[in-house]
Design a protein around this ligand. Structure first.
Ligand SMILES: N=CN[C@@H](CCC(=O)O)C(=O)O
Ligand SMILES: [Zn+2]
Length: 424
């Protein structure tokens, strides 16, 4: 049966059209069209046409029954938001570490003492597939309620082949069962297991020779990520891990220059990573290299906010020609939030981004950061009918009123799943 859906009367319709092939950079990040009084028609989970209310009604109003007609009077319609960097599948929380950090301990001190990523690894190793599935499913519901229709999910709290597979299988099952689209990243190189701290090379070898081939063989991930940071994986180890992934068809991503400058941005450019993420301490050279190589900069201002660190230099990166995307970095240690709209607020207030840039960074550029811009990230003919409707009169209000959830309706593949701010 053909499934039809018509949205009319939008105070503002923002399609983000025109950047499906390449991410928006520099001025183009701010220059999208805003259709005042817009409408969009969808069929069989795909966008058919978006444009002025008058034109779309003339063409399509007669083919829909009232039940398939959403009136967006006074609201803003955008592509479904995309979160390109999360640690969705994990067990446990770390509020005890939060309290320690408030008293002055640093993120890395806690990790070096066996907490941090190691604490979540212990909890995740102990959790069953079913427990991880249930906790992650709830998070995905929350994402949907905050307007997000596609989410990237990393492993990296397993640190053994068995437990990395468990995390990725949970993500794989959720991608079948849950309406939010999931894109998976293998991140076996998220931390060196505590017992191997003094001699990490055997672990690096296991990631390269055991984990990567098996994960690729089982088709459990699209991307391969590494935490390149002093005290975790060196640039040289990171390069080997990312190159090994490439040999098995896994596209490189990298946690780069988060705590200290460590030439992670430069490495991302030199291995041809699709994105480099964090970048709080990225060097001038690294920023230039990323712009030249077309590496998307995925910035995670929730992490800087929560770790009380200096924010990444989004303004400098955009002006230098880096395509910037934004993400929550959802995880229990450095960014326990699923609110991408709050991340948009932070993008403006703490990283010098414009309200237009943060919308681009959470839609089409976020899609490019996870290789799905051909299907998602903009409302253009033939792309997925993933739509978020915000109960605000204009898009500026989204980054002006902070810490609030303005999501009214979320449509996934042509189906309204959130209506009036409630899951259906
Ligand atoms: N920095 C490395 N990894 C995660 C945090 C993981 C954790 O603290 O559990 C991040 O991207 O922020
Ligand atoms: Zn991360």
């Amino acid at each position: 049966m053909t499934q039809k859906l018509l949205i009319t009367n939008a105070a503002q319709l923002i399609t983000m059209a025109g950047h499906s092939d390449k991410p928006a950079r520099k001025g183009a990040m701010s220059q999208f069209e805003v259709i005042e009084n817009g409408a969009i028609y969808m069929e069989d989970g795909k966008v058919v046409e978006a444009g002025s209310d008058q034109r779309i009604r003339e063409k399509f109003q007669d083919s829909v029954v009232p039940d398939n007609h959403i009136d967006a009077t006074g609201k803003v319609v955008t592509p479904g938001l995309i979160d390109p960097h999360t640690h969705l599948v994990h067990a446990g929380t770390r509020e005890n570490e939060y309290a320690m950090r408030l008293k002055g301990k640093t993120y890395m001190e806690i990790m070096e003492a066996g907490g941090g990523i190691h604490a979540t690894t212990r909890a995740t190793q102990e959790a069953s597939h079913e427990e991880l599935y249930e906790q992650s499913r709830k998070r995905l519901d929350q994402f949907l309620l905050h307007g997000v229709t596609t989410v990237e999910a990393k492993s990296g709290y397993g640190l053994t082949l068995e437990h990395e597979i468990k995390q990725l299988e949970v993500a794989q099952q959720l991608s079948k069962d849950h309406p939010v689209d999931l894109v998976s990243t293998f991140m076996g190189a998220h931390a060196i297991p505590m017992a191997e701290k003094e001699n990490p090379e055997p672990f690096v070898d296991r990631v390269i020779n055991e984990m990567i081939p098996e994960i690729a063989n089982r088709n459990l991930a699209t991307f391969n990520d590494v935490f390149c940071e002093r005290g975790v994986f060196t640039p040289e180890q990171s390069r080997r891990i990312l190159e090994a992934g490439k040999e098995h068809g896994l596209i490189p991503k990298i946690h780069a220059d988060e705590i200290e400058p460590y030439a992670g941005a430069e490495l991302a450019a030199s291995v041809g990573a699709i994105s480099a993420d964090h970048l709080l301490k990225a060097s001038e050279q690294g920023i230039k290299d990323m712009a030249n190589a077309g590496v998307v900069g995925v910035l995670l201002p929730g992490t800087a906010f929560f770790l009380m660190a200096e924010f990444a230099q989004a303004r400098k990166m955009i002006d230098a020609g880096v395509a910037v995307a934004l993400s929550t970095d959802t995880n229990p240690g450095s960014s326990p939030t699923i609110s991408l709209p709050f991340i948009m607020n932070l993008g403006c207030l703490k990283m010098g981004m414009t309200p237009e840039e943060v919308l681009t960074a959470t839609t089409i550029n976020a899609a490019h950061a996870i290789g799905c811009a051909g299907e998602a990230g903009s409302l253009e003919q033939g792309k997925k009918a993933d739509v978020t409707i915000f109960d605000v009169p204009n898009y500026l209000t989204l980054s002006y009123q902070y810490g609030m959830n303005h999501v009214d309706t979320v449509i996934k593949a042509g189906e309204p799943l959130v209506v009036g701010g409630q899951l259906q």
